[in-house]
Design a protein around this ligand. Structure first.
Ligand SMILES: Cc1ncc(COP(=O)(O)O)c(C=O)c1O
Length: 412
């Protein structure tokens, strides 16, 4: 069972294949931007080659003075604070909420100074932060609010889509995200002027080759299709993991560094092929999100009586679309190896303690208590309920508990 699963229908595969021969019509990108904005109920959406590059340009367009402070979670995708630092801005970290792993909103105010210009709210692993509270605070203190919803496309709070509470919302469509278009992403927001300048600035700049997308698609299929994974990936993965080497993470994990931000980052437009793929994927998004929530609730029912395994709250609504089913365990290596020898490939969190990375002088006790101990169990909507029972019961066995088989429940 692969750690992550991506599904391309035959139709979607054909779109990528066709992208090898024709560039497509740029109007398809505009049509997808309109569809996405409508789905999000946001006034504007602009497709970009990646969120990191989109954010980088957005920050330039906002023209914050050098030395301006931007408040964000200490537990974060490391590229974001590195990128700000490189622009002469100062990332100011806050500790996380123990139940959501997102920034603790209650701590933001104490970090605001005369230099603070913005707050970046990250909705990690599909779990919504309390965006209303942050939006109110930002409005009251005259700060910009940017929502990093890279993991949370389709998540909602009280019926409003995550990513639409602040000035800008960022959605990534890279591998392992809720909506996949072989990279790229979308920026939504209400500031028409800045978004228009973002779009203009991209012009018709360099377009990655169709061959690059095609190869990426094939790699994703081999790594995430169950049969191909079982035949080609699982045997070497198992052997290497027994020696403590997570081959998938080492080979495909994001090793982006500060140097790469200046040398490789080049914002370019979303491509027509990605727009076509995006339309198809958007049509399947809600059903996939709901299925993962149902599976996560089954796993939670199976595992909640285990001491020594920490779980996180999953609400019976769409405020957590479970991009990852996270657990916290004491002996990560032993736990992951036990599961892998029984056919279950897990993953360690790819988010990092950025306060530690950037050598912040502050302490972050809640983050430090879980950092390096988070293990993600497979919970893809492409699995069956039988698979979910298998995963849950293997974890139960690891903790010497009897097997159980709870049913799926509807979600509101
Ligand atoms: C939380 C978070 N924010 C931003 C990004 C950057 O997205 P992109 O790969 O589109 O630049 C990622 C990428 O994985 C992420 O996990």
């Amino acid at each position: 069972m692969p750690r992550r699963m991506v599904s391309y229908s035959a139709d979607e595969f054909k779109i990528v294949f066709k992208g090898l021969r024709t560039a497509g019509d740029p109007e398809e990108v505009e049509r997808f931007e309109e569809t996405f904005a409508r789905y999000m109920q946001s006034p504007h959406a602009v497709g970009v080659s990646s969120i990191r590059e989109g954010l980088s340009t957005l920050i330039d367009l906002m023209q914050f003075p050098v030395g301006s402070e931007i408040i964000m979670s200490a537990y974060n995708y490391h590229v974001i604070p590195l990128l700000l630092k490189q622009k002469g801005l100062v990332p100011v970290f806050v500790d996380i909420d123990a139940e959501t792993l997102n920034l603790d909103e209650a701590l933001i105010e104490s970090k605001i100074t005369d230099q603070t210009v913005a707050v970046i709210v990250t909705h990690l692993f599909g779990t919504a932060s309390n965006s209303e509270a942050v939006a109110q605070l930002c409005a009251r203190r005259g700060l910009k609010m940017i929502e990093d919803a890279a993991h949370s496309c389709g998540a909602e709070r009280n019926g409003q889509k995550i990513g639409t509470f602040g000035d800008f919302g960022l959605f990534s469509f890279g591998t392992g995200k809720p909506l996949v278009t072989l990279g790229g992403g979308m920026i939504v927001g209400r500031d028409e002027k800045i978004l228009a300048r973002l779009k203009e600035g991209m012009g018709a700049s360099v377009r990655s080759s169709g061959a690059g997308y095609f190869i990426k698609c094939l790699i994703q299929i081999v790594l995430t299709n169950r049969i191909l994974f079982a035949v080609f990936v699982y045997p070497p993965l198992l052997v290497l993991q027994l020696f403590g080497w997570d081959a998938i993470e080492r080979l495909t994990g994001d090793k982006y560094t500060t140097a790469d931000i200046s040398s490789k980052s080049h914002l370019s437009p979303f491509t027509p092929m990605q727009a076509r793929l995006g339309h198809r994927q958007l049509g399947k998004l809600d059903a996939a999100n709901v299925q993962r929530i149902r599976y996560a609730r089954v796993l939670q029912a199976m595992l909640r009586d285990i001491d020594g395994l920490r779980l996180f709250t999953i609400n019976n609504d769409r405020s957590n679309i479970i991009l990852s089913f996270n657990t916290v365990v004491e002996d990560v290596k032993r736990f992951r190896t036990y599961l892998l020898t029984r056919g279950i490939d897990t993953r360690e969190s790819s988010m990092r303690n950025c306060a530690k990375l950037l050598e912040s002088a502050d302490t972050f006790p809640v983050l430090e208590a879980v950092d390096d101990r988070i293990v993600e169990l497979p919970c893809s909507h492409l699995l069956s309920i039988k698979d979910i029972h298998y995963i849950g019961n293997i974890v139960r066995k690891y903790f010497n508990k009897d097997a159980i088989f709870p049913a799926e429940e509807p979600i509101t």
